[in-house]
Write a protein that binds this ligand. Structure first.
Ligand SMILES: NC(=O)c1ccc[n+]([C@@H]2O[C@H](COP(=O)([O-])OP(=O)(O)OC[C@H]3O[C@@H](n4cnc5c(N)ncnc54)[C@H](O)[C@@H]3O)[C@@H](O)[C@H]2O)c1
Ligand SMILES: O=C(O)CC[C@H](O)C(=O)O
Length: 328
C-alpha cells in the first residue's frame, strides 16, 4: 500500500461533498492501493455539520482512509495537499441567474488561491467545481503564482457525461460504448457539446457518431440544447443543484487527470487557453491537452460560431470577476 496522500475537499459539509467524500475514500479516484488523509474544509457556521460528516466517514469503516482533518482554516485545509477538490461555493437556486453567483463566489477563490500558494504541494492538482467554475479556476490560479497554471482545471466532465448519456440513450447502448465527446467553452448554457469527433461501439465496431446518427439537425439542435440546459432542468425538478452526478463527474475528472486516459480516448476539462481553435487566449477555456494533439488546431464552421459565443461569455465573466475583486 502506497504512503498516504493528502486530499482536500472544500464545501465538505455540502451536498456534492456528501457523495464525493465517500467515493474518494473508497478509492475510486486515486486507486484501491492508495491510502488517504482527507482534509475537509468548510466555513465556521458549518463546523457542527462537518463533525457529523467526520462521524459518518469513520462509520463507513473504509480501509484506505487513514485520517480525517476537519477544519475551517484554509491554511490547515490546504497544507501539503496533493489534490484539491474546490467544491465550496454557493449553488444556484431556482430563480437565480448564474451571474448572481459570481460576485459571492469569486472572492472565495481568491482566498483559496492565496492559501494554496502558501501551503499546498507545488505539484498539487486543483479541480474547481464551484460555479462559475471556469472563472473561479482562473481567479484561483491567478492568486497562486507559485503553482503552475496547468495544475488548475475547471469541471466540465458533468456536461461530457450528460452528453454521453444522451447519445447512449438514443442508441439504447451502454454508456461504455460511447466515447470522445467534447465540451467546449464555459460550464454554462453557452457551452458547446460537440459530437463530431465522438465514437460509438455498434456491432463490435467503433463508428463515428455523426455517421451513426445520420441526422445533423439532432446533433446540432436537441442534443446541444439538452446538455446546455440539463443543470437548469435538474434545479427545476429537485429545487436544488445537481449533486450525485456532480460528485461522480468530479471523481471521473480527477481520476483521468491523475492516471491518464486510455490511448486514443480523450476527455474534457477546463484548462487555460493558448488561443487554439480561435478561443480567447488565457481564459479558462475547454479542451484537454491530449485532445488538442488529436484534433489539430482548427474546427469547422458550426463549431467555430459556438466557440466564439462561449468564448465571449468567458471574457465578460473574467472582466466582471476582476472588477469584483478590485472593488474589495
Ligand atoms: N461544475 C459543475 O459541473 C457543477 C455541478 C454542480 C454544482 N456545481 C457547483 O458546486 C458548488 C457546490 O454545490 P453544492 O450543491 O455542494 O452546494 P451546497 O450549498 O450544498 O454546499 C456548499 C458548501 O460550501 C461551503 N462553503 C461556502 N463558502 C465556503 C468557503 N469559503 N470555504 C469552504 N467551504 C465553503 C458551504 O458552507 C456549504 O457547506 C456550487 O457552486 C454549484 O453551483 C458545479
Ligand atoms: O446553476 C446551474 O445552472 C447548473 C448547476 C450545475 O453547475 C450543473 O450543471 O448541474
Amino acid at each position: 500500500m502506497a504512503e498516504p496522500i493528502r486530499v482536500v475537499v472544500t464545501g465538505a459539509a455540502g451536498q456534492i461533498a456528501y457523495s464525493l467524500l465517500y467515493m474518494i475514500a473508497r478509492g475510486e479516484v486515486f486507486g484501491k492501493e492508495q491510502s488517504l488523509i482527507l482534509h475537509l474544509l468548510d466555513i465556521p457556521p458549518m463546523a457542527g455539520v462537518l463533525e457529523g460528516v467526520v462521524m459518518e466517514l469513520a462509520d463507513c469503516a473504509l480501509p484506505l482512509l487513514r485520517k480525517v482533518v476537519p477544519t475551517t482554516d484554509p491554511l490547515e485545509g490546504f497544507k501539503d495537499v496533493s489534490a484539491a477538490f474546490l467544491v465550496g461555493a454557493m449553488p444556484r437556486k431556482e430563480g437565480m441567474e448564474r451571474k448572481d453567483l459570481l460576485s459571492a463566489n469569486v472572492k472565495i477563490f481568491k482566498v483559496q488561491g492565496e492559501a494554496l500558494d502558501k501551503v499546498a504541494k507545488k505539484d498539487v492538482k486543483v479541480l474547481v467545481v464551484g460555479n462559475p467554475a471556469n472563472t473561479n479556476a482562473l481567479v484561483c490560479a491567478n492568486y497562486a503564482p507559485s503553482i503552475p497554471r496547468e495544475n488548475f482545471s475547471a469541471m466540465t466532465r458533468l456536461d461530457q457525461n450528460r452528453a454521453a448519456a444522451q447519445i447512449a440513450s438514443k442508441f439504447g447502448a451502454p454508456i461504455s460504448n460511447v466515447s470522445n465527446l467534447i465540451i467546449w467553452g464555459n460550464h454554462s448554457s453557452t457551452q458547446y457539446p460537440d459530437a463530431s469527433h465522438g465514437k460509438i461501439l455498434i456491432d463490435n465496431e467503433w463508428k463515428n457518431i455523426v455517421d451513426a446518427v445520420g441526422d445533423n439537425s439532432y446533433l446540432e439542435g436537441p442534443f446541444v440544447e439538452t446538455v446546455q440546459k440539463r443543470g437548469a432542468a435538474v434545479i427545476s425538478a429537485r429545487k436544488m443543484s445537481s449533486a450525485m452526478s456532480a460528485a461522480k463527474a468530479a471523481c471521473d475528472h480527477m481520476h483521468d487527470w491523475w492516471h491518464g486516459t486510455a490511448p486514443g480516448q480523450f476527455v474534457s476539462m477546463g484548462v487555460f487557453s493558448d488561443g487554439s481553435y480561435g478561443s480567447p487566449k488565457d481564459e479558462e477555456f475547454i479542451y484537454e491537452a491530449k485532445s488538442k494533439n488529436i484534433l489539430g488546431n482548427s474546427v469547422e464552421k458550426f463549431s467555430s460560431v459556438k466557440l466564439d459565443l462561449t468564448g465571449k461569455e468567458l471574457q465578460e465573466e473574467n472582466k466582471e470577476a476582476m472588477s469584483v475583486l478590485d472593488s474589495n
